[in-house]
Design a binder for this molecule. Structure first.
Ligand SMILES: Nc1nc2c(ncn2[C@@H]2O[C@H](COP(=O)(O)OP(=O)(O)O)[C@@H](O)[C@H]2O)c(=O)[nH]1
Ligand SMILES: [Mg+2]
Length: 307
């Protein structure tokens, strides 16, 4: 199996719960049926319940109905047409995390609420970069929980990357600063900084994240070069609120959607792309080291439609 087919199978498998909902729904609606206002309304409802959001759902259905009204239509045609429209929405956001090789190291700050998948994503990302023969270092910036530090250390061992960690409760910004200095000295290509997702309140979290940014800028004025917001796809519509909060807290440069495998709410990715227009850098479809890949619009759109 080539790498591409292996990943596609994983993506399709991961999206089964999301696609089953949409695909079975469409088949139920469109088995030898003339396209009329009633069925278009049902299709719109189906897309909304699959978390694509009211605005995307309305547009998809309007576009789809335009040239086909009154015609007899098969479910497969519906799925293919919707997949093409969804791909067009996603395409501008499909931007794999691009390392700027002139930045040595390229510094990536990982943010998001607790449990979203930050630490796991760092581990999987390290694996992807290692496969390109790049030297990766990780910073255990979630210093509040000992378990968070040891979780990252496990990923460090798994991927053969150094993990910089401090004592429990130590200052994350100071740790990131030391790590960046060390990374520069040791010619590291990528520095991945983990952060805490839960502090006492929003102001606290903002202070923590801006302190990390401010302090590492003393070593490299342009760092962090990427700030990735990690979102748990199983939270569905709640992901919208998280983007809004984190956009206020910090400069988010891209999104990573995780747990698409455990979710029937994969459609939320389409709604997020349409609404926020932020790059979607990667998606996670499992807990394993191989379960993170750069986001591809066509693959995702087709898999979401069960094709
Ligand atoms: N099924 C699945 N689980 C994931 C994925 N990404 C992360 N997880 C799991 O979600 C849980 C929380 O992840 P973690 O990286 O600790 O989140 P953090 O608090 O943001 O650092 C862990 O049990 C991970 O194994 C994914 O893409 N799919
Ligand atoms: Mg973590």
């Amino acid at each position: 199996m080539t790498e591409k087919t292996g990943w596609l199978a994983r993506l399709r498998g991961g999206l089964t719960r999301s696609s089953a909902k949409i695909s079975d729904g469409i088949t139920g609606l469109f088995t030898k049926r003339r396209l009329d206002a009633a069925v278009l309304e049902e299709l719109e409802e189906l897309l909304i319940t699959a978390d694509l959001g009211p605005s995307v759902a309305a547009r998809l259905v309007a576009d789809f109905g335009k040239n086909r009204f009154g015609k007899e239509i098969e479910d497969q045609e519906v799925k293919e047409a919707l997949a093409a429209q969804i791909e067009a929405i996603l395409e501008p956001c499909a931007k794999p995390l691009a390392r700027d090789a002139s930045k040595q190291p390229f510094v990536v700050l990982m943010v998001g609420v607790n449990g979203a998948g930050k630490t796991t994503t760092i581990g999987k990302m390290a694996h992807l970069f290692r496969a390109q023969n790049l030297k990766v270092m990780m910073v255990a910036g979630d210093t509040f929980r000992a378990a968070a530090v040891s979780q990252l250390q496990v990923w460090g061992e798994r991927t053969g990357c150094e993990v910089i960690a401090g004592a429990a409760g130590s200052d994350a910004a100071a740790l990131a600063y030391q790590a960046l200095e060390k990374a520069k000295r040791e010619d590291v290509d990528i520095l991945l900084i983990d952060t805490a997702g839960r502090l006492h309140n929003k102001a606290d979290l903002m202070q923590e994240l801006s302190k990390i940014s401010r302090v590492i800028k003393k070593v490299d004025a342009q760092a962090p070069h990427a700030t990735l917001l990690v979102l748990d796809a199983t939270t569905g519509q709640n992901a919208h609120a998280q983007v809004e909060v984190f956009r206020d807290l910090t400069t988010v440069t891209g999104l990573v959607l995780t747990k698409l495998d455990g979710s029937a709410k994969g459609g939320v990715l389409v709604a997020l792309a349409d609404r926020f227009k932020l790059p979607i850098n990667a998606i996670g479809v499992g807990e394993g080291i191989e379960d993170l890949q750069p986001f591809d619009a066509a693959d995702f759109a087709r898999s979401l439609m069960g094709n």
